[in-house]
Design a protein around this ligand. Structure first.
Ligand code: SF4
Length: 377
């Protein structure tokens, strides 16, 4: 039950809030694809023949690849790994790359095994999109969804961002209902966060943009949960909502601590005992793979690391922290630590169902703080 993540490290322009690894210089895109194909073969043993159930193209902007390149990457993965029969293959796209009237890219994509599309909509409001420095406009966002549906892609995710200074409550509600009305079956909605080394961080520091209004973020989160719950969405992870049958298997695997291989610059891999991550530099990634000496770092995970990771990820999901899993995998003394630390959060922030400890809606707003309270230091 393993997954493969493929990082495509190019974007047309830098969104102001983004701290993912990408470059706006794609002059070595061809070299990158070659390096990636080679990395697939170099790392064919990483998953030890475990069955792969999901492949996810993220980034960066995977829709900057040509369809033939995407197809070749999938076929090379298929030639080097044991793939399951019911494979979920997701491609992240930016709306402006799939908004043309002729459906060209999407029609060609249908001939590959990509069966799920994740669209970086973020907002349908032009002022909001401009604030984020997105490369698309409202009209392209709408057309991107229509084009997906018209070309036969119904397993779609749409990403949204809330809590921006430019997003009014009314527009936030409209953003949500646009997706609900189109029948988009999966929505990932993230609160705007300010990461170091981003343009947004600089704007806030020099006073051009006001700091994030946490009251507004909380109000938008409440509207999000209510609107989607009322429309049959399952709130299965703090930021993720799906109609029945559309829960993302790839992301769920991360949250359930399944093994995964990450390919491409900056991509992380996990095999139960170690975590490793590729160099976050396109030139170095390409050049080192050409020399058969991939550049990556590796960390051997201690029992404490694994416990902390389990708490951080499981607490964010609707399945919560499973006490049986905790006992079986981490032993009595860690279980005791958890039960002691969790006491003060019971009722207000955490509820208990059978042996599972699950965040309440108000607890979801403070998930990271609560998780760090439960950590082993
Ligand atoms: S398109 Fe995505 S990866 Fe690229 S800069 Fe914007 S948010 Fe970051």
């Amino acid at each position: 039950m393993a997954g493969i993540y493929v990082h495509i490290p190019f974007c047309k322009q830098a969104c102001h809030y983004c701290n993912f690894h990408f470059s706006t210089n794609n002059s070595r895109k061809k070299d990158f694809v070659e390096a990636l194909l080679k990395e697939i073969t170099l790392r064919r043993d990483y998953l030890q023949n475990e069955e792969v159930q999901t492949i996810y193209f993220g980034g960066g902007t995977p829709s900057l690849l040509r369809v033939q390149e995407i197809d070749k990457i999938i076929k090379t993965i298929s030639g080097n790994f044991r793939l399951g029969g019911d494979l979920e293959i997701t491609l992240e796209v930016n709306p402006d790359d799939i908004a043309s009237k002729d459906l060209g890219f999407l029609t060609d994509l249908r001939s590959t095994s990509v069966n799920r599309i994740s669209i970086g909509i973020q907002s349908f409001d032009n002022e909001d999109l401009k604030f984020m420095n997105r490369s698309h406009c409202n009209e392209q966002a709408l057309r991107a969804i229509e084009n997906c549906l018209n070309s036969g892609y119904h397993n779609i995710n749409a990403d949204l961002i809330y809590g921006t200074p430019t997003l009014t409550d009314k527009n936030w509600e409209q953003n949500l209902y646009r997706l609900i009305d189109y029948g988009v079956p999966h929505i990932s909605a993230y609160a705007l966060t300010v990461e170091k080394k981003t343009a947004l961080h600089t704007f806030i520091r020099n006073g051009t943009v006001k700091p994030i209004d946490e009251t507004k973020v909380a109000a938008h989160f409440e509207m999000l949960v209510e609107s989607l719950n009322n429309n049959k969405f399952i709130h299965y992870e703090i930021s993720n909502f799906a109609l029945k049958g559309f829960i993302s298997r790839h992301n769920s695997n991360y949250w359930k601590s399944k093994n995964y291989l990450g390919l491409g610059p900056s991509a992380h891999s996990y095999n139960g005992n170690t975590r490793q991550w590729n160099v976050a530099n396109n030139h170095r990634y390409i050049d080192q793979i050409a020399k058969n000496t991939p550049d990556f770092e590796i960390e051997i995970l201690s029992l404490e690391n694994k416990y902390n990771e389990y708490i951080l990820t499981s607490l964010r999901t609707m399945w919560g922290v499973d006490l049986f899993y905790l006992m079986e995998n981490f032993g009595k003394s860690i279980e005791k630590h958890f039960l002691k630390q969790v006491q003060k959060h019971i009722d207000n922030s955490i509820s208990i169902t059978d042996k599972n400890y699950i965040l309440t809606n108000s607890g979801k707003l403070f998930a990271d703080r609560i998780a760090s309270d439960l950590f082993l230091n």
